[in-house]
Design a protein around this ligand. Structure first.
Ligand code: HEM
Length: 507
């Protein structure tokens, strides 16, 4: 017993000494990097970040201190916020495997989704998973699934007409974040597993409620502690009600995938175009060691979750912008008022106004606000311009430093986007010579860039075309951004996400 006691004391001593040693050497190495004064010795900037409008502090900091900003997290750990273009290209490109996701972020993905592609690190292991998952999310696969996108969009139209008929009215208030979530979940469910959650026809599915309960919460002390501490103590995620919810969601997502995997027909049908079948075929063709049941379930959970949250948030923001930019709404309605449903290729190429509006929505409302990484080793990264007062076009980043790439700041950079970078101005995308979608970071870039971007663009555009042909939108409320797992809209001052839109029949 005494032995265990001494062992624990020694262990704690070594751990605490190493922790402070690392902090001190990191502070020394980054001493010349500018940044805000620590506002709390215990919580660093975590509290102000948590209570401020999402992304607002990063904007202030970078406008005050330049492209590289140092700030403090809980218990004095150092973070860097980086918007320098060369540094970003390196971190997301050639240096991607030297900057894995932070341990806390990986712990979250592992606990919720399993050891799938969002969790995996290391060049070889990640490339192996990408070879299996990639074909399932290729442009060809999104092309094959386009009819599913339209079928789900048409279900939404039918339901809204029913709601209007029931009110004997041509106008009704629709809570758009809820319907966007139903559309995104039904679509990714059918595409991935040929499984219909059927949220669009009936009541929200239990899984949608579990997913929302996990991330779409009001601000509370517990969620603040979780957010502030999981960088340092990833195991905190296992605790309390939150831990229970994560386990519940993981189980529900996994049970569904394994049930379908066991249903031999869904998998062995050589003509099946579900993402699961395509992934299993790619895995069989390219991997020496095939995925086991848990690995398949992990990938399916990952695709469902990756295809649900950011898509539903983007749909909501896009309709918010349509509802507040009425001239654009009318212009896009006219542009898409052609006969029949546009094909996948037409959705991509035939509607410049729709495309510009979609890209501008992602520029000003990136659902994934911060892209986090951790230096696996002490490493020197290239810079476009020196940190103030140093003259050096490189920055040495100590091992363990957590780096945030604030997508909102990068996508509002006045040097790249011009003096009106803060404004919603879709016309900036119409001059293709000067602007390309590659400049967006909303989907990230490089070897870990989003695999589902073709899928997301096609489903969101298919929904927009369909809804604009039937309805007109306006927004009588003041809306603000709110941080859940992704950035969602809500009525100013309300608790969780909400976007009530006035929807009027046009047909
Ligand atoms: C507007 C919608 C979407 C946005 C803004 C978005 C954004 C992102 C971002 C920023 C990443 C990089 C994450 C990181 O490095 O930590 C990512 C990765 C990923 N996304 Fe998306 N995503 C969207 C839709 C989708 C959809 C619909 C799917 C699948 C159906 C999907 C599947 C994936 C996968 C599998 C990865 C992991 C790639 C890897 O690590 O190699 N995404 N996404």
């Amino acid at each position: 017993m005494l032995y265990i006691y001494h062992f624990s004391i020694a262990f704690a001593f070594v751990y605490i000494t190493r922790f402070f040693q690392q902090r001190l050497s990191s502070m020394f190495a980054l001493r010349h990097v500018p940044g805000p004064k620590t506002s709390s010795w215990v919580w660093g900037e975590e509290k102000v970040l948590y209570h401020n409008t999402p992304g607002a502090l990063y904007l202030d900091w970078h406008r005050t201190y330049g492209n590289i900003v140092k700030f403090t997290g809980a218990f004095g750990h150092q973070l860097l916020s980086v918007t320098d273009p060369h540094a970003i290209s390196f971190i997301l490109g050639e240096g991607a495997y030297q900057f894995p996701k932070p341990k806390g972020v990986r712990a979250w993905f592992r606990m919720l989704l399993g050891e799938g592609i969002l969790w995996v690190e290391g060049k070889e292991a990640h490339e192996k998973q990408r070879r299996s998952v990639g074909p399932a999310l290729s442009p060809q696969s999104a092309r094959n699934l386009t009819p599913v996108f339209y079928e789900n969009a048409a279900k939404m139209v039918t339901q809204w007409h029913r709601l209007l008929d029931a009110q004997h009215s041509n106008e009704i208030v629709i809570e758009m974040t809820n319907w966007a979530g139903r559309f995104a979940l039904d679509t990714v469910g059918r595409a991935t597993l040929s499984y219909d959650f059927d949220c669009l026809r009936g009541q929200p599915h239990a899984l949608a409620e579990t997913l929302d309960g996990l991330t779409n919460h009001e601000k509370s002390l517990t969620s603040f502690y979780m957010k502030a501490l999981f960088w340092l103590l990833p195991s905190i995620l296992h605790l309390g009600k939150k831990g229970q919810m994560i386990r519940k969601t993981r189980k529900e997502l996994g049970d569904l995938a394994t049930d379908i995997l066991k249903d031999a027909e869904a998998v062995s049908d050589p003509n099946s175009k579900t993402l699961m079948s395509l992934m299993l075929r790619a895995d069989k063709a390219t991997a020496a060691v095939r995925m086991d049941e848990e690995q398949v379930a992990a990938q399916m959970r990952t695709i469902i979750s990756a295809g649900y949250e950011p898509v539903s948030a983007t749909i909501a923001w896009l309709f918010f912008e349509l509802a507040t930019n009425l001239e654009w709404q009318q212009a896009i309605r006219e542009e898409v008022s052609t006969a029949g449903d546009p094909t996948f290729d037409e959705l991509n190429n035939a509607y410049p106004l729709l495309d510009a509006f979609f890209l501008e929505t992602l520029r000003l409302h990136p659902p994934v606000l911060e892209n986090h990484h951790e230096a696996a080793e002490t490493i020197s990264i290239p810079l476009s311009e020196p940190v103030a007062g140093s003259g050096d076009l490189h920055l040495v980043i100590p091992k363990g430093t957590i780096i945030s790439l604030p997508v909102n700041v990068i996508q509002k950079d006045k040097l790249t986007w011009g003096f009106d970078a803060d404004d919603f101005r879709p016309e900036r995308w119409l001059h293709r010579g000067t602007r390309t979608s590659r400049e967006l970071l909303a989907f990230s870039v490089g070897p870990r860039g989003c695999l589902g971007r073709n899928f997301a663009a096609a489903e969101i555009k298919a929904l927009t075309v369909t809804l604009l042909r039937h309805f007109a939108f306006s927004c009588p409320y003041e809306i603000e951004a709110f941080q859940s797992f992704v950035i969602r809209p809500r009525v100013k001052g309300e608790g969780s996400s909400s976007l009530p839109l006035t929807v009027r029949r046009t047909l």
